[in-house]
Design a binder for this molecule. Structure first.
Ligand code: AMP
Ligand code: ZN
Length: 465
């Protein structure tokens, strides 16, 4: 496996600190709203990364934090007139439901920032001891970037323009305005009831501090991979490096990986621009989690991806092509034991995945297998044991893609596409516990003359006519 390291700006082989075990940290959601599909581009990229590492026989320990205290969550809770916890809890649950809808494998640990305030305070204390932190007149504590020689390495900042002592209190800011950043923010009346005691007075942690403290707690002073969307690279990840390396004197992370943005009409999809769709918006329009996953993973992660509804329609037909082929092979392979077939397509697939997650090439290998299988099937040239072996290759590929087998129902004889689509939308509604939506789809199916039953192996539909 060779992955592009944002730190060295080159592809590097993955060499985990512990052989056969990759430890990785991924910046998780700020739980002040439903995540949009731009956020899910980052989470599906990280899911593919995790699956690709497992595909190569390595164990993965992934930590994904939940940012449940920052400028945005505090603003939201105070606007709603409820406690921070009451405000964030439903968005945390929604996030976990959405991960299931997209077949994203769960991380091993989901630490919430508000459960780790003592660790954050301890980290700031260490930075004081190293003379890297200072308290300003307003009571907030800042990191002094001019005192850490490696500050700016990840983002390639020009240190000559560093304005010594200039400070930024906000969690997010531009490269041009960089300066000392807040580790601990002194209490302000706009914080409402969100406040903790610290040796420097009442206040709350800065966003960057949260990730450093939680990453170190669960993964150690140094670990293998840290990921996020490209917008996290500066200032968030630069500041994480500063805090952790400043405190420990050791390298923080060996490999930094960032995905490019999901865009709409050439602009980053974001809450602030208002050009976003949540996963729920698209499910309500009748698209399945499987189709959305297809669109989100079908591009190189370091290239911007433009979101369009045409891409969702194209995903529907591409998935139908895979399904038809897999169904024909399954029929043929029924009750036969497969043989181990080394397959040129699998080799191409593996090479593509291991070359910095080249998923477009990996899909090309998968569709080559679809094409070749279809030709052989139409000529009656596939023996049952060959069919089983080919299906084995699809399954192996699917450990990385999470698409082929996910969210599918057994195709019933003579079930029209329209009915299949409704049944699959209902599967998503059920997986995300949207019971009212699930009932609505059941009624809609009934009105079209189809009965749906829920069994152990998923849903079965029967014509009522
Ligand atoms: P946030 O909840 O804003 O902290 O973002 C969560 C994750 O989504 C971070 O890794 C961001 O970098 C990522 N992200 C936000 N917007 C986009 C986008 N349009 N495309 C890809 N990733 C994004
Ligand atoms: Zn983070």
């Amino acid at each position: 496996m060779n992955f592009f390291n944002s730190l060295s700006r080159s592809k590097e082989p993955v060499a985990p600190l512990e052989a056969g075990h990759v430890r990785m940290y991924t910046c998780g959601p700020t739980v002040y709203n439903f995540a949009h599909i731009g956020n899910f581009r980052a989470y599906t990229f990280e899911d593919i990364l995790r699956r690709a590492i497992q595909f190569n026989g390595c164990k993965v320990t992934q930590v994904m934090n939940l940012t449940d205290v920052d400028d945005k969550t505090i603003r939201g809770a105070n606007a709603a007139g409820v406690s921070l916890q009451t405000f964030t809890a439903p968005f945390v649950q929604a996030f976990f439901d959405d991960l299931k809808t997209l077949n994203i494998q769960p991380a091993e640990v989901y630490p919430a920032a508000t459960d780790h305030i003592p660790e954050m305070i301890a980290l700031v204390q260490r930075l004081f001891e190293k003379n890297l932190a200072y308290q300003s007149d307003d009571g907030s504590v800042y990191f002094s970037v001019s005192r850490l020689p490696q500050y700016g390495r990840l983002a390639h900042l020009d240190r000559e323009h560093l304005r010594v002592g200039a400070r930024v209190a906000d969690d997010e800011y531009e490269k041009e305005g960089y300066g000392d950043f807040a580790l601990w923010k002194a209490y302000e009346s706009s914080d409402g009831a969100v406040v903790w005691d610290s040796p420097w007075g009442r206040g709350r942690p800065g966003w960057h501090l949260e990730c450093s403290a939680m990453a170190m707690k669960y993964l150690g002073d140094t670990f293998d991979i840290h990921t996020g969307g490209i917008d996290n690279l500066f200032p968030h990840h630069e500041n994480e490096i500063a805090q952790t390396e400043g405190a420990t004197g050791k390298p923080f992370v060996n490999l930094w990986m960032h995905c490019a943005h999901l865009r709409v009409n050439g602009e980053k999809m974001s809450k602030s621009l208002g050009n976003f769709f949540t996963l729920r918006d698209l499910i309500a329009k009748g698209y399945t989690g499987r189709e959305i996953r297809y669109v989100l993973i079908n591009g190189h992660y370091r290239q911007p991806l433009n979101f369009t509804f045409d891409a969702l329609s194209a995903a529907r037909s591409s998935l139908a092509r895979i399904d038809e082929c897999v169904d024909a092979l399954t029929e043929l392979a029924a009750s036969q034991k497969g043989v181990d077939a080394s397959n040129a397509c699998l080799a191409e697939f593996t090479t593509a995945v291991n070359d910095d997650l080249n998923i477009p090439e990996a899909f090309a290998a998968l569709f080559a297998l679809v094409r070749e299988s279809n030709v052989a099937l139409s000529q009656g040239a596939v023996k049952p044991q060959d069919a089983a072996a080919i299906l084995g290759v699809f399954d192996k590929m699917d450990t990385v893609l999470g698409l082929v087998r996910f969210g599918r129902m057994q195709k019933e004889e003579g079930v029209p596409v329209e009915i299949q689509t409704l049944v699959e939308a209902r599967a998503v509604a059920r997986a995300t516990k949207q019971w009212a939506e699930s009932d609505r789809l059941r009624d809609l199916l009934a009105s079209k003359g189809w009965e749906v039953r829920d069994g152990k192996e998923g849903q079965k539909v029967k014509s009522l006519k």
